[in-house]
Design a protein around this ligand. Sequence first.
Ligand SMILES: [Zn+2]
Length: 527
Amino acid sequence: MTGAGLLLQGGTVFDGLGAPGRVADVAVAGGRVVAVGDDPPAGLRRIDCHGLAVAPGFVDTHAHSDLVHLLDQPQPFKLLQGVTTEVVGNCGLTFAPLDAASAEVAAALWSNLAGGAPIGPAGFGELADRLDRAGPANNLALLVGHGTLRLTTNGLEERLRPGAAARMAALAAGAFAAGAVGLSSGLIYVPGSYADTAELVALARVAAAHGGVYATHLRDEGAHLGAALDEAVAIARAAGARLQVSHCKAAGRAAHGTAGRLLERLAAARLEGVDAQGDQYPYDAGATVLSALLPPAVAAGGTEAMRARLRDPGARAGLRSQAERGGVGDGGWAEADPADVLLTGHRDPRLVGRSLAEAAGDRDPWDALCDLVADDPAATIVVRLMREDDVRAIMASPLVGVGSDSLAPFGLEHPRTWGCFPRLLGRYVREEQVLTWEQAIRKATWLGARQFRLDGRGLLVEGAVADLCVFDPATVGHDGTYLDPDVPVRGIEHVLLAGEPVVEGGQFNGRRAGRALRGPGWRGPTP
Ligand SMILES: [Zn+2]
């Protein structure tokens, strides 16, 4: 908190709700915005914002930064983009609630998300408290992951054991009481992919009962996108939950040109009474684990079973014929060209930075894929799957906000991890005019804050929490590429967290001023 308060003077102020910018002074005191206008209170320290835009801090609705903020060094990679709150725990993958057995499996499957932070047993409230105490660089809002709930209650088995459904529901309720803002699912990742619709409805009901959102990585983002969206809407509708469709895209050749249908389906859901919206990152490539190209059935029974299957020629051939069918739940193989799959993380460092086609050499790319996953089940990729006109169509929709889908900010990673928000503003507002400034800012702030119930945040009005971003519209941008992603952001000048400056003149000042925000079901601090 700032004792004396601050005056952001003379900038063009955007409210986050979609109104055009207007030149005004913004006074901040006691962690809140206390005045917006041309007659500011006296005695405040002034920050000159002439020529700059003053906006609510950006809300990254889709991040995987759950654990990197526990590292000894603060991690300001999002703050430097103007992001003041990240929603973490997406795609069903969270690091709580975990017991000893499920923590071991999570460490084998999802270590790429942790950036070197230890993965161990933790209750949901325990993890939230630990993050709070560590002081994340920015605020975090935590989802509870369906994949994790399933892992902890049922291991990697496909069929639910007796009593597992009830245990998942009880663990979910505990997470909401500890402040989860929603339930996430990742229906292409084991073990989440094993769930049927009814299993997800039951858990989304728990979310709805606590005011939480249902955020989903759909079962299919390619040829069967329509059916997958229908399922997501049906789940939200049956559960009475708000719906967030994660990283909206039309992925793979068979889906190119279908962005319009995705948007129609989102709008239709709203007509049916489902509070549905989505998020998107402004790029034509995604990033995921290499194993996502395989049918999820490959992972049944755990890592060792998977390795054995991948090394068995008969099992390998069977998986291949399933993968080539390209049906729902058959994995991403049919949608991706091996030349468009860039290896970004693998136990063998010589492979990093190469395409799957290059790594395969003279071998059949399918065999290379199976070998690479068997050698390192947590290997990661950046994969070019989207067509630019689909990216732009989705971006233009007022129902779709911004979510970076960032992973840990180390090594060769998708450039969205360092530059998602500046790229949206620089490339798609200033240069290409796909959006106006006020549209893009609304999508980057209030739209997400509202769906995840980040009360008091995501808008810049008197009384709002003073999470703010000041940027230069003339220079904002990011030039990171898939092979050279970690380049500095341009034009993000000042960032405030509850009124406290954390980025000044484009530089992080070292303060760990973020907090773990708690959702509407929070019952208070754990004793
Ligand atoms: Zn996802």
